[in-house]
Design a protein around this ligand. Structure first.
Ligand code: SF4
Ligand code: SF4
Length: 505
């Protein structure tokens, strides 16, 4: 087995943070049992909302489609166990989908009866890439690193560019989260198999599997699996442990020394990045015909009695997952879905685990708090920003609601990594302010687009009415002309036509 390559970091800024991953990585991934009830948000991806295709009272099987994508960007949702649909209603959900979202609620029957797919698994290598992409879409696969972008559409977009490298992202750089680490230790062969499927879909012959230096077991076991696979298109790379080197653009820079342009995508510089969990999910669907109905998530923090990684079905409530691990400790005050820097605080554990849930973090509140003070212009935030933005300046313009300046100073390039928050001596919640400002800019852009579409419709209608008036005038002139030359019978016919026309109008 060849030793993994070690690349020196080429990132701007970033932070070396304490990992806090030891407690959740002492044991293997544990399987959470089937809950009594599953709550499946019908939209668990970036893009257009999906639409339910089941009705209340209907019995569904594990793996059965319950919501199908509508629009160009979307992903289906499948039942993660068998049971009866008892409600389709708004339910509190976490992450970026607002406080409540429409969910299909399934009362599980405990039998876990799977749907027999009519079509058996095919030899993916014999499929044309377009057919393979259509299959990936059917499996409900989305990016499991947290971005939840529908994988098939990401691949479709990449196929319109010249792609040189597939980069599998095993750089789990945010503190506390260790689900990818455990997955790489326990299922390296599935990850590599998913990489081979992805390479076939992209029709390329080069894949880097990138892992941070603080994951020696994962590096070792992936190396062993690679040696067994004997496919020299796949290369393992080790990178230094720096937050946020797992960001897509940062990873591309770190591994290939190519810089993703502002507002651009890794595909603009010949790269496509996929999370290692996504690769394993593609293997599970394309090779084993199991759609994306469960995921590995880290349950950790000093508010959790027994930190660990679990595999839970999509739709299991956070309360059920935490209970399975042994419950909360007396230090449980603050529940975060995701990591401490990029996660979202929630006020109830009755929210369901979704495809994006890579971590359930429960902490003692004061460990993440400090009183906000005025900015002292120290510049520390700028020195750690991996995008080389000026957070103090952005903060100023966000407070002033100055959209033009926010755009000009690159707010839309901010990856919301939270590094600026961590170093700010004044405890200013910069990232939260940037999130709100970005939301406002997007809303304004949406409003502008809506107004523009309405203007186009109005103008097109006016043009149509004008054309119809001109046609009518021309017809009238033609009729007058022929009436001058007509006899009594033809005049009667013209009068009849005119009467008919005025009735129609
Ligand atoms: S949150 Fe945005 S502004 Fe702050 S360090 Fe990260 S990328 Fe830079
Ligand atoms: S780190 Fe905080 S106090 Fe220092 S310049 Fe940035 S926002 Fe201001």
């Amino acid at each position: 087995m060849s030793a993994p390559t070690y690349d020196l970091g080429k990132l701007h800024g970033g932070l070396r943070l304490p990992g806090h991953k030891e407690k959740s990585t002492t044991g293997p991934i544990q399987n959470v049992p089937i809950p009594s009830q599953l709550i499946l948000p019908i939209t668990q991806h970036v893009g257009d909302p999906a639409q339910p295709v089941v009705g209340i009272g209907e019995h569904v099987l594990k793996g059965q489609l319950v919501a199908k994508p509508e629009g160009a960007l979307g992903a289906p949702v499948h039942a993660s166990s068998s049971g009866t649909v008892v409600a389709i209603e708004p339910w509190p959900v976490s992450r970026r989908f607002g406080e409540k979202g429409p969910c299909v609620v399934i009362e599980c029957d405990g039998e876990d009866r799977p749907l027999e797919f009519e079509q058996a698994a095919e030899d993916y290598a014999s499929l044309p890439p377009e057919t393979l992409l259509a299959r990936i879409l059917e499996g409900g696969i989305v990016g499991l690193g947290g971005a939840v972008f529908p994988t098939a559409q990401k691949l479709m977009q990449a196929r319109t560019c010249e792609i040189d490298y597939l980069i599998l992202n095993g750089v789990e750089c945010e503190p506390y989260i260790s689900c990818d680490d455990l997955l790489m230790r326990e299922r390296p062969a599935a990850i590599l198999s998913g990489a081979q499927v992805l390479m076939h879909a992209l029709q390329i012959d080069a894949c880097y599997i990138v892992v941070e230096s603080d994951k020696p077991e994962a590096l070792n076991l992936l190396g062993v699996a690679l040696a067994e696979l004997d496919d020299d298109r796949l290369v393992l790379k080790q990178v230094p442990t720096i937050y946020p080197s797992g960001g897509e653009d940062q990873l591309v820079q770190l591994v290939t020394n190519r810089e993703v342009p502002s507002g651009g995508l890794p595909s603009d510089v010949g790269c496509l990045v996929q999370n290692v969990g996504t690769a394993a999910a593609i293997h599970d669907w394309i090779i084993n015909r199991e759609p994306l109905i469960s995921r590995v998530t880290t349950v950790t923090g000093d508010g959790i009695s027994n930190p660990m990684n679990v595999r839970a079905r999509i739709g299991t409530t956070i309360a059920d997952v935490v209970e399975f691990t042994g419950g909360y400790s007396e230090r449980a005050e603050h529940l975060i879905i995701g990591g401490p820097l990029t996660g979202k605080s929630v006020t109830t554990d009755r929210v369901p685990l979704v495809k994006a849930t890579n971590s359930i973090l429960v902490v003692f509140k004061s460990s993440f708090q400090g009183d906000e003070l005025a900015c002292i212009r120290c510049g520390d935030c700028a020195s750690v920003c991996p995008i080389q933005l000026l957070p103090q300046q952005l903060f100023w313009y966000a407070c002033a609601d100055n959209e033009d300046k926010l755009r000009q100073f690159g707010l839309l390039d901010c990856i919301e990594c939270g590094c600026c928050d961590l170093v700010c001596p004044s405890h200013i919640p910069l990232t939260a302010d940037f999130r709100i400002a970005k939301g406002r800019i997007r809303e304004l852009a949406d409003e502008k687009a809506r107004a523009e579409r309405a203007r186009h419709r109005f103008e097109a209608r006016n043009e149509r009415l004008e054309r119809e008036r001109e046609d009518r005038d021309a017809e009238l002139a033609r009729q007058k002309e022929s009436a001058k030359k007509a006899g009594p019978a033809e005049i009667a016919e013209i009068l009849k036509r005119k009467q008919q026309q005025s009735e129609d109008d």
